[in-house]
Ligand binder design. Structure first.
Ligand code: PLP
Length: 324
């Protein structure tokens, strides 16, 4: 075991523990490849996901400009991770939180939200939908219910799909950290897009510092919507990503190209991450690393390819990701 640095300070709240996540070289999975792949482990954040960063920034921006007042209610439509991030911020700051989510999302996510004191509003899936797979149609139903509740309760809706602070959080924190942690040597970044906040924010941060950095959007293989290719199936297992609709936060000018992952790629890579790298991520972590490995095969030798493992495998124990 390695010695750890002595703890020299205390934090005022768990909110100070959001971000500052480790960046790990995947030298076992990437052995023999001409470029190096590095993954930022976002499950180190208090809510176990990358979304804590955006949650904190969106709430603090709303406090500053009066959209959210003391004792107010926060409502968000969420596949679970943003809800958890918001629930943590609301718990610490004393706001009521309602998370509207599809019944198709995993059980762990719902229970975690409830544990933080959030109210969970479950929306039934569209007719014919597959449990465990949240489709575009399911998301539309969740959005409709969110709008109803926001009006009814005069609540603050951070609206992660529309909120510029979502991408700004990643520009100011995730992207800035990647630049620092690689000592400015990063050449490529890739991430599956859900709201697009991660990809766009990190791309802004990196390209501001070095315009030559190339950023690749990730999408499910059957729904390469942002890439402008035919969408054959909108249901897939890579939860939190791949909604196959226009993204307000998206900025085509920042994107050098696209990579795709099948459910099988995501699952197989997530399992390899666990068995070969000791990294226990979710479906999108597997998909992101699968995309980064594709880039490592194709990029000029010596490239430094960075991606994120957005959340922990613990959130998917009731799914087929890590079977008995
Ligand atoms: C597990 C997981 N991975 C990836 C993403 C996509 O991140 P972004 O919304 O920043 O594009 C999300 C978003 O909710 C997520 O929950």
């Amino acid at each position: 075991m390695r010695d750890t640095a002595p703890q020299t300070s205390t934090s005022d709240s768990v909110l100070d523990a959001i971000g500052h996540t480790p960046l790990i070289a995947l030298d076992r999975l990437g052995a023999g490849l001409p470029s190096r792949v590095l993954a930022k482990l976002e499950f180190y954040s208090p809510g176990g996901s990358i979304k804590d960063r955006a949650a904190l920034r969106m709430i603090e921006a709303a406090e500053r400009d009066g959209r959210l007042r003391p004792g107010g209610t926060v409502i968000e439509l969420t596949s679970g991770n943003m809800g958890t991030g918001l629930a943590i911020v609301c718990a610490v700051k004393g706001y009521r939180m309602i998370a509207v989510m599809s019944e198709g999302n995993s059980l762990e996510r719902r229970r975690m939200l409830a544990a933080y004191g959030a109210q969970v509003e479950l929306v039934p899936q569209a007719a014919g939908a597959r449990p465990g797979q949240v489709s575009k149609e399911d998301l539309e139903l969740v959005e409709q219910r969110t709008r109803e509740l926001v009006e009814e309760l005069y609540a603050f809706w951070p609206d992660q799909f529309e909120n510029l602070d979502n991408a700004t959080a990643h520009e100011m924190t995730t992207g800035a950290e990647i630049w620092e942690q690689t000592g400015g040597t990063v050449t490529h970044f890739t991430a599956m897009a859900g709201t697009g906040g991660t990809l766009v924010g990190v791309a802004r941060a990196l390209k501001k510092r070095n315009p030559a950095v190339q950023c690749y959007g990730g999408e499910p293989a059957t729904a390469p919507y942002l890439a402008g290719k035919p969408v054959t199936d909108t249901s897939h297992q890579i939860q939190g990503t791949g909604y196959a609709h226009d993204l307000s936060l998206w900025d085509e000018d920042l994107v050098a190209g696209y990579v795709t992952a099948t459910d099988e790629d995501a699952i197989e890579t997530a399992r390899l991450l666990a068995t070969r790298e000791g990294i226990f991520g979710g479906f999108s972590g597997g998909a992101n690393v699968s995309g980064a490995l594709q880039l490592a095969r194709e990029a000029p030798p010596g490239s430094v390819i960075v991606t994120v493992v957005p959340d922990t495998g613990l959130k998917y124990l009731s799914t087929n990701l890590y079977p008995d």
